[in-house]
Ligand binder design. Structure first.
Ligand code: G6P
Length: 437
């Protein structure tokens, strides 16, 4: 039986991760055909990554037919799963997303701050285009999105695309689970965290180890800095006892931007002065990675890939595809439509929660009411996300302004306009919806 996976953004430095994920799961998820797709400007990287992927597959000995191409429509023929990992405008655009707000004393942040808004504005139209092709060419395929901002992009797809087989994934819940497992000295499969919220704004409400509630112990370890589940792109500042005790939830690493804003801004400004923004650091890491990827003797994912914040994302993506394919009925954390799982958030909005994964897709596990301590901010963030999506679709200046002013890092009406205008100008080549009226 054939099983075809198409990776859009195949030239990404992350691709060896997902190749490794397919190889290690081959016995239960026997990919027969793999196609890596990229665009003209990514041709060089695609060829390097493609050649490495070929060496990895050859070493595995599995009969996976691999190809790489710039022709998306052709690649999509007969696809069963399509993953999307694109960066519209590349790292150059990310650098602007991070830098411009910082020059006005505001955290840029490529997924959560003004940077995240602009990443969404650039990305949503492109992904809608891709999903249109999927709907026309391989309507039965599942679109697994990890393009950031993953929650916002997934919601835009589920609201505005005809293709409804869409699920978003992120590595943060997996990182949290793995770190808790390490701290509790058990295998990750014995840890269950009940996640509530949205992508990069998700909290852990309950932690069970081998079926026993160990939430209090984990929260205590967080207070004492005995567990750190931050990805490579975030340096943890720790959490105060009062904060953790009062919310009584596990924050995710991105929460530092919201609850330690001034400290993070100071940290970002210092890092910016010393080494540039994260985008500039990532450019260097990528350079090294691509030199490494070209070593003929390299036949596996190199350790150096762990310097990227998205390390291990393939675990989320591959486990999800595996469970859909095998109709497993296990529980995974995904970005899907709320449909009433969380009271107080719109039914048609996307949330990041645990879901039962079967061949008909994920079904969210009911959460009910959000804890009062974080209800307000989660609702605000959801409204913010909706505004970003509406701005991306309509290209309306005032919608984009609303999103900017609603972002908790900005909250200054004059700065919101300055940052918005500068970013709109800086990214005008990628924002036709705002510039062709
Ligand atoms: C985290 C996030 C990802 C994000 C990545 C950035 O892991 O969950 O969504 O893409 O960090 O990492 P980078 O190495 O690009 O800064």
């Amino acid at each position: 039986m054939s099983l075809k996976v198409v990776i859009i953004g195949g030239g990404s430095s992350y691709t060896p991760e997902i190749i490794e994920g397919f190889i290690s799961r081959y016995e239960s998820f026997p990919v027969s055909e793999l196609s890596l797709v990229d665009i003209e400007s990514g041709r060089g990287k695609l060829e390097i990554v493609g050649a490495l992927a070929r060496r990895m597959i050859n070493k595995s000995g599995y009969p996976i037919k691999l190809s790489w191409t710039l022709n998306r429509k052709e690649a999509l023929q007969n696809a069963d799963f399509v993953t999307t990992q694109i960066r519209v405008g590349g790292l150059k655009a990310r650098e602007k997303d991070e830098k411009i707000p910082l020059t006005h004393g505001v955290i840029g942040q490529e997924t959560n701050g003004p940077g995240g808004i602009f990443k969404a504005l650039r990305t949503i139209p492109v992904l809608l285009d891709i999903s249109r092709d999927i709907h026309d060419i391989c309507p039965g395929a599942w679109l697994i999105n990890f393009t950031n901002p993953a929650g916002i992009v997934t919601e835009a797809l589920l609201k505005y695309s005809l293709h409804k087989k869409v699920v978003g994934v992120c590595n943060i819940p997996i990182n949290m689970k793995n770190s808790v497992a390490e701290m509790m000295n058990v295998e990750a499969k014995h840890v269950e965290i009940e996640f509530i919220g949205m992508n990069h704004f998700v909290f852990g409400r309950k932690v069970c180890v081998k079926g026993i509630d160990r939430t209090e112990e984990v929260l205590d370890k967080l207070i004492h800095n005995e567990v750190d589940y931050s990805p490579a792109n975030i340096i943890s500042l720790g959490w105060s006892k009062e904060f953790i005790q009062s919310i009584n939830l596990l924050p995710n690493p991105y929460h530092q931007y919201y609850f330690q804003t001034e400290d993070v801004l100071a940290k970002d400004l210092k890092a910016f002065a010393e080494n540039g923004t994260r985008a500039e650091i990532v450019k260097e890491v990528e350079k090294e990675l691509f030199v490494k990827y070209q070593e003929e003797q390299l036949q596996e994912k190199p350790k150096e890939l762990e310097k990227r914040g998205g390390a291990y994302y393939s675990d989320a993506a591959c486990s999800l595809m595996n469970s859909i394919y095998n109709d497993k009925g296990d529980i995974q954390t995904v970005n899907i439509l709320n449909q009433g799982a969380i009271t107080g958030l719109p039914h048609d909005s996307v949330i990041e929660v645990n879901a039962v994964i079967t061949k008909v897709g994920p079904k969210p596990i009911t959460i009910g009411e959000l804890p009062l301590s974080v209800r307000g901010i989660i609702q605000q963030m959801k409204a913010f996300e909706q505004l970003v999506i509406e701005a991306a679709i309509s290209g309306e200046y005032l919608k984009a302004y609303q999103a900017m002013i609603m972002n908790p890092f900005v909250r200054n009406e004059k700065k919101a306009k300055i940052i918005l205008d500068e970013l709109l100008e800086a990214h005008k080549d990628y924002l036709p919806q705002f510039h062709t009226k």
